[in-house]
Design a protein around this ligand. Structure first.
Ligand SMILES: C[S@@+](CC[C@H](N)C(=O)[O-])C[C@H]1O[C@@H](n2cnc3c(N)ncnc32)[C@H](O)[C@@H]1O
Length: 253
């Protein structure tokens, strides 16, 4: 089911800005202008986006090796290299969820005849997402739930920790949770964050301790909560600099 959303292409969309960082083609003038402003404040943003995408692949492969066959990808983004159903491969079931209507259109076109589905829904309404996802996913058996580069778009005023807990409570033991999240050592604001205030999803950067709390009820797998490029890297990191995007994978207890 699709939730009605007003389309206003003068408001930068975080999905299309991310597509721009990754070198995709699905963005408009307002998205590009905002993304360029972020790139001026954080020149490593493109590297961060690519490393985030690479983490997504490593996390899904880790879950697959642990026997997980079904995935719920929350905040899917525009199709890009290494979409979850492609990484998870044959025999997997994948439900994608994103509230951006442009993501929904592109995603559905890509997913035709794949068995994977995309729900145009808001993750801030977890019960509604879970109810529809249950058409394809069996929450009585392990599931991989992915909150990759989305939770910093969900504020404390929306109850971000409570939302993750709603998903956790439906996840069978042996399920996995993957998170990447923008962070600072200390919560603070700056120019890059300011740009996001004008987008369709303002950013809430969180401290490491606040991010760790999303894993309540999970056991973090090695190497724990680390800078995104350092989570089980499969090739040398693109930069030695910190990317300020924290990543972790937890196993449901
Ligand atoms: C930075 S992109 C990340 C895409 C993908 N997960 C990845 O890491 O490659 C964030 C995505 O989250 C989506 N998003 C943000 N807030 C959302 C919400 N409340 N409900 C559903 N999707 C949301 C955006 O539309 C965007 O596509």
């Amino acid at each position: 089911m699709t939730e009605p959303v007003e389309l206003d292409f003068s408001i930068p969309s975080v999905a299309r800005m991310y597509d721009y960082y990754l070198g995709g083609k699905d963005h408009f003038a307002a998205d590009r202008a905002a993304a360029e402003q972020v790139l001026r404040a954080f020149p490593d943003t493109r590297t961060m986006a690519r490393e985030n995408r690479a983490f997504l692949g490593r996390a899904v492969r880790h879950m697959r090796r642990a026997g997980v066959e079904q995935f719920l990808d929350l905040g899917t983004g525009l199709p890009a290299a290494g979409n979850v159903h492609e990484v998870a491969g044959e025999g997997s079931r994948v439900v994608y969820v994103d509230n951006d209507p442009v993501v929904a259109v592109h995603g559905r076109a890509l997913l035709e005849n794949t068995g994977a589905i995309l729900l145009q829904k808001d993750v801030r309404k977890p019960d509604s997402v879970l109810a529809e996802a249950a058409d394809l996913l069996d929450f009585g058996t392990p599931v991989g739930v992915l909150f990759v580069a989305i939770l910093h778009f969900i504020g404390d005023e929306d109850g971000a920790h409570g939302i993750v807990a709603r998903f956790r409570d439906r996840m069978a033991p042996g399920s996995y949770l993957a998170i990447t999240h923008g962070t600072w050592e200390e919560a603070r604001e700056d120019d890059g964050v300011d740009v996001y205030k004008r987008t369709n999803a303002p950013i809430s950067v969180r401290t490491r301790a606040e991010i760790l709390r999303f894993f309540d009820g999970f056991e973090l797998v090695e190497p724990g909560l680390v800078d995104v490029a350092h989570w089980r890297p499969e090739r040398p990191a693109a930069t030695d600099r910190r990317l300020w995007l924290t990543a972790g994978v937890g196993r449901r207890l």
